[in-house]
Design a protein around this ligand. Structure first.
Ligand SMILES: NC(=O)c1ccc[n+]([C@@H]2O[C@H](COP(=O)([O-])OP(=O)(O)OC[C@H]3O[C@@H](n4cnc5c(N)ncnc54)[C@H](OP(=O)(O)O)[C@@H]3O)[C@@H](O)[C@H]2O)c1
Ligand SMILES: O=C(O)C[C@H](O)C(=O)O
Ligand SMILES: [Mg+2]
Length: 751
């Protein structure tokens, strides 16, 4: 069981950078010309306004309503932290909004209402009906949340869903179906103890009862202990409905012999003694956030046979409503639903439970760095399971259609499933896959520039993310001071700091370097200076001698200089077939460009080499390489001597008989655009290229920087390929995260 360590500083920095908060809004239409403005704004905008005023259903066609959900709270029950007020809850709500986007491509905006008065709250939300396709209520305390949700459901004609109630209940039900499957018990027979009789608790127990749990077998506790018939303190009508005639008074007494514990209360509410007293193969869902009622370690220490789940992502079995709300709303929005009804929720629970029992795709195993199969440590799908987006909304939409909740039923379910698959950004899974591979590789990574705070932060994150050990080259006192300045004082003891003065290998390194450089005009003094004083050379020597598995450098000096230094130790040059490949990630698309690092002015043979290197990198990323040699002419027109090598390079690859698609020369639009390709039916490319081989370093640099600055593309690289050991060279403008990405690439040995 691995727990990812997160410090308070990291959490704050994550929210502060690159801009305060967690999301921004961007336009989906061009807003550049006068004409754009006339269409987007007056006079053009009047046309859809009039159309919608006449037929309100058209709002789903001409506005973003149909894919827009509000996450609304008053901050009275923020996670398990209590009443933090409306403003204090905003980070959680922004978080829910980005989860909607990330997992189900639902646009979402957070709204924090500064009131504890249910009537004021209801009024405010009701008035917003025109704006949204659905309302996700969040972190509102019981019992007000019951009143608010009930009224809004009655009075609004779009789905209103209190996530902490029903989202939690659905996931809890899905997890319990499978946990009982494993423990060989039936829901009708089990004794359930629920701790927490608020929003989440009441909804969970109601759903479980509707699925067969027996009223008499369910004991519910709150801060005052067991809710028994006749109790008067701290009661309300929702609690009373679940009161049972019993002599039990405390949670401790209730836990004796219980089969299932469900916690939606507060941190640490359950003790090891309570767990010890439970029935064989006990099921323990400690769902309080951010800290569970009891940790899995504590539970397993006293009961090896326990099946334990929490609400957190850093333990196995995450029973958290993130598995539900994105997909429930996706399905509901896609049928223009009036509501999310019980049938849709139950369909969601069964679909989730069924998915966890299926064979787990490699991609999920990769994302988690281990293979998962249905069992005690895997009773519920993981949030990064790529099947969720095309399986769960389908089940929800079908149930909605069967029960009359759909305003616009889906006719072609197969096409709908394909559409859902297309919503997910393929680049996200590539980055996730690389992270997972790095985690499995457990490479000792040498970070050459230990005097740079960005490098130090990357090194700390590398190690804390479980990728492997980070070896930092620098002076111990300097590293310590810089870590402290970066708010990472506790990382000082975690990092291994290495330098020429504290390594026993300096003489070996120098002998090696001298043997490489003695006939290149370097004497022993020069060699000593390089090995002992130049951190790029020193780090490369460490790597060459196996005192580290990969190397990341280049954040403090220009890459040409760094490459020259590294070349004293390795043959990382054009003559030895090295090449630099940069990955551009943009709008769900990934395109590699080469050579962005090594060759200044490659000839046709070099270009063919670069293409082979880039194809290798593409395969490492899980892409099927499709190479275009690009120029300003396409297949010989206009004729130019400058384009000749781009025309000759494909012929070189043909001679070599390579096993990937390639073609050239062509302009970039023909390379990347399927429609433009139709004009050249003889082309060997079967679709848009994902690798562009450009004529020279300057065109490579211009293309990459233009995409970065004007297009907002994510740039990964240049990835150095074709060197004996994994070395990656960052740029002086790299952020800590860029440097970390380069370390991950080195760890995956992608070059
Ligand atoms: N994993 C998930 O997906 C998920 C989803 C939703 C909620 N949760 C978690 O569940 C918890 C409750 O959320 P909520 O929205 O239901 O809040 P809520 O409406 O405020 O209800 C909290 C309930 O917990 C009870 N409680 C608090 N501390 C307790 C303790 N030490 N022992 C026994 N009962 C205690 C309260 O008792 P009184 O009625 O006596 O005040 C109340 O019934 C939070 O920790 C939240 O993070 C998890
Ligand atoms: O936000 C979460 O992680 C789950 C849930 O909505 C909660 O309030 O705890
Ligand atoms: Mg919540």
């Amino acid at each position: 069981m691995s727990k990812t360590k997160i410090t308070d500083e990291e959490a704050l920095a994550f929210h502060l950078e690159p801009t305060p908060g967690k999301f921004e809004i961007s336009a989906t239409v061009p807003m550049t010309t006068q004409r754009d403005l006339s269409l987007a704004y007056s006079p053009g905008v009047a046309v859809p306004c009039l159309a919608i005023a006449e037929n309100p259903a058209l709002a789903y066609d001409y506005t973003n309503k149909g894919n827009l959900v509000a996450v609304i709270t008053n901050g009275t029950a923020v996670l398990g932290l209590g009443n933090l007020g409306a403003l204090g809850s905003k980070p959680v709500m922004e978080g829910k909004a980005v989860l909607f986007k990330r997992f189900a491509d639902v646009n979402s905006i957070d709204i924090e209402l500064d009131t504890e008065d249910p009537e004021a709250f209801i009024n405010a939300v009701k008035l917003m009906e025109p704006t949204f396709g659905g309302i996700n209520l969040e972190d509102i305390k019981a019992p007000e949340c019951f009143i608010i949700e009930q009224r809004l459901k009655e009075e609004m004609d779009i789905p209103v869903f209190h996530d902490d109630q029903h989202g939690t209940a659905v996931i809890c039900a899905a997890g319990l179906i499978n946990a009982l499957h494993i423990s060989g018990k039936k829901i009708e027979d089990v004794r359930i103890v629920l701790n927490g009789a608020g929003a989440a608790g009441i909804a969970c127990i109601e759903l479980l009862k509707s699925m067969g749990a027996q009223h008499a077998n369910c004991i519910i506790c709150d801060t005052k202990g067991v809710i028994y018939q006749g109790r008067s303190a701290g009661m309300n009508q929702w609690k009373s409905a679940h009161a049972v005639p019993t002599d039990l008074r405390t949670l401790e007494e209730a836990m004796n012999g219980a089969d299932v514990f469900l916690g939606v209360s507060a941190k640490g509410a359950v003790t090891q003694d309570m767990v010890r007293a439970m029935a064989p193969n006990p099921v323990i869902f400690a769902m309080a956030n951010p800290d569970p009622e009891i940790t899995p370690e504590e539970a397993h220490e006293v009961r090896e046979d326990a099946i334990v789940a929490t609400g957190r992502s850093d333990y196995p079995n995450q029973v958290n409503n993130v598995l539900g709300f994105p997909y429930l709303f996706r399905g509901a929005l896609d049928i223009h639903a009036r509501a999310i009804n019980d049938e849709m929720k139950i369909a969601c629970a069964h679909a989730l439970a069924a998915l966890a029992r299926e064979d787990v795709p490699d991609e999920v195993a990769l994302a988690y760095g281990k293979s998962l199969s249905f069992g005690r440590d895997y009773i519920i799908p993981t949030p990064f399971d790529p099947r969720l987006i095309h399986r769960i909304p389908v089940a929800v939409a079908k149930a909605g259609m069967d029960t009359g909740a759909a305003r616009r039923p889906i006719i072609d379910m197969e096409a709908y499933e394909l559409n859902l698959k297309g919503r997910m950004d393929p680049t996200a899974s590539i980055l996730r896959g690389l992270n997972a591979r790095a985690r499995t590789a457990q490479s000792q990574m040498i970070f050459a520039e230990g005097d740079d705070p960005r490098v130090l932060r990357a090194a700390v994150t590398y190690q804390r993310s479980g990728f492997g050990k980070a070896l930092v080259v620098g002076r111990a006192d300097d590293v310590k001071q810089k870590l402290e300045e970066a708010g990472l004082a506790d990382a000082v003891s975690e990092l291994e700091v290495i330098n020429a003065a504290n390594t026993p290998h300096l003489e070996t390194y120098k002998d090696f370097l001298y043997s490489r450089l003695q006939r290149k005009g370097f004497d022993l003094k020069d060699v000593h200076r390089l090995a002992a004083r130049d951190r790029h050379v020193f780090s490369a020597l460490m790597l060459a001698h196996g005192h580290g598995d990969g190397l990341v450098t280049g954040a403090t000096r220009k890459s040409a200089h760094v490459l020259a230094q590294v070349n004293h130790v390795f043959d990382a040059d054009a003559a030895h077939g090295a090449a630099g490949v940069t990955a551009l990630l943009h709008k769900g698309r990934i395109v590699l460009i080469g050579d962005t690092l090594v060759h200044e002015w490659p000839d046709e043979n070099d270009l063919a080499n670069i293409a082979e290197r880039a194809a290798g990198v593409a395969r490492h990323m899980g892409l099927d390489p499709r190479v275009a040699f690009v120029s300003f002419s396409t297949f010989g027109y206009p004729v130019s001597e400058r384009a000749e090598k781009m025309y000759l390079a494909p012929a070189v690859l043909e001679q070599r008989g390579v096993s990937f698609e390639y073609e050239g020369e062509m302009t970039v639009d023909v390379a990347l655009n399927a429609t433009a390709q139709e004009a050249y039916p003889f082309s060997r490319l079967t679709g848009p290229a994902n690798i562009l081989i450009v004529p020279a370093r300057h065109s490579a640099s211009i293309s990459v920087k233009l995409m970065q600055e004007m297009g907002g593309a994510t740039v990964v690289g240049p990835i150095l390929s074709g060197v004996d050991k994994p070395i990656q060279i960052c740029s002086t403008t790299s952020t800590a995260n860029d440097i970390l990405n380069m370390a991950v690439l080195a760890a995956c040995d992608i070059g």
